[in-house]
Write a protein that binds this ligand. Structure first.
Ligand code: GTP
Length: 257
């Protein structure tokens, strides 16, 4: 009989604190785990942990249509890239399991539709997010200009200051690097990220550049945040964190709507 859940694959094991893309637009410049986090897991890491459904954070990915939200998630979760565009209808989600400092942790990654006609279905799934990823296309400046609007819509369903916010420029493979165009777009994006209180990243789902580093950063920051919150509340770090699976969003089948 196959073990359930299956073991976390080797490329989902995080032990070093994941670094930011650029110090100019980053949440934290620290380079290591918080001392309390390290202490809390020093002993637990040594023993085998079972998968804990509570240790999960909800990540909502929003942005204009065609910017590459689905491609980004598929590259990370399935290591595939599809050249053809297939619009997301409503929402879809993936669950990605990690082992961080020896402790099982999962990200529930929600892919939402960028098309106007599906927005109202997708927005029902924004609630209860610990992370909001606002995606734009590095080769389409209009999509960067719409990033604030997407964030506002996602935040309408969440409490202020309750989420990590990321601004992610995709399709870097379409820009010559280094080039004036890329430099200009990055500069604008860093500026907008500051206004959004977001951390800025660029990546390519086609080549895979920065994709794993980005999701490791998301996982590392949310994991540490969960642990710190639990410790503040006096909950032992082993009991759990994250509220995404406690019924804060409607029930949904995979690839639904
Ligand atoms: N060159 C290149 N093309 C990409 C990249 N990421 C996505 N694409 C292409 O861009 C198109 C749109 O990608 P999707 O991931 O479907 O876009 P989306 O944001 O999910 O679109 P909606 O579902 O409509 O919201 C597809 O044809 C992808 O192949 C990338 O990093 N580089």
């Amino acid at each position: 009989m196959k073990p359930f859940p299956p073991p976390v694959s080797n490329n989902r094991i995080i032990s070093e604190f994941p670094q930011c893309y650029t110090p100019e637009a980053s949440f934290q410049l620290k380079t290591d785990w918080d001392i309390q986090t390290k202490a809390a897991f020093k002993h637990q890491a040594a023993r085998l942990q079972t998968w804990d459904r509570q240790k999960m954070s909800k990540v909502v990915v929003v942005g204009d249509l065609n910017v590459g939200k689905t491609a980004l998630i598929k590259r990370f979760c399935k290591d595939v890239f599809e050249r053809d565009y297939k619009a997301t209808i409503g929402v879809d989600f993936e669950i990605e399991r990690f082992q961080i400092l020896g402790v099982p942790f999962s990200l529930q990654i929600w892919d939402t539709a960028g098309q106007e006609k599906f927005k109202c279905i997708a927005s029902t799934y924004y609630r209860g997010a610990q992370v909001i990823v606002t995606v734009f296309d590095m080769a389409d400046i209009q999509s960067l200009n719409h990033a604030r609007q997407w964030l506002e819509e996602a935040m309408r369903e969440n409490y202020p200051n309750s989420c990590f916010i990321f601004l992610v420029g995709t399709k870097t493979d379409l820009l010559v690097s280094p080039s004036d165009e890329r430099e200009r777009t990055e500069k604008d994006a860093v500026h907008i990220a500051a206004e959004m209180h977001a951390e800025f990243w660029t990546l390519s789902a086609k080549t895979g550049e920065n994709v794993q580093a980005f999701f490791f950063r998301v996982a590392g920051l949310t994991f540490e945040n969960c642990i710190m919150k639990d410790m503040e509340k006096g909950v032992p770090a082993s009991i759990g964190c994250g509220n995404a699976i406690k019924g804060t969003y409607p029930k949904v089948r995979r690839s639904c709507c």
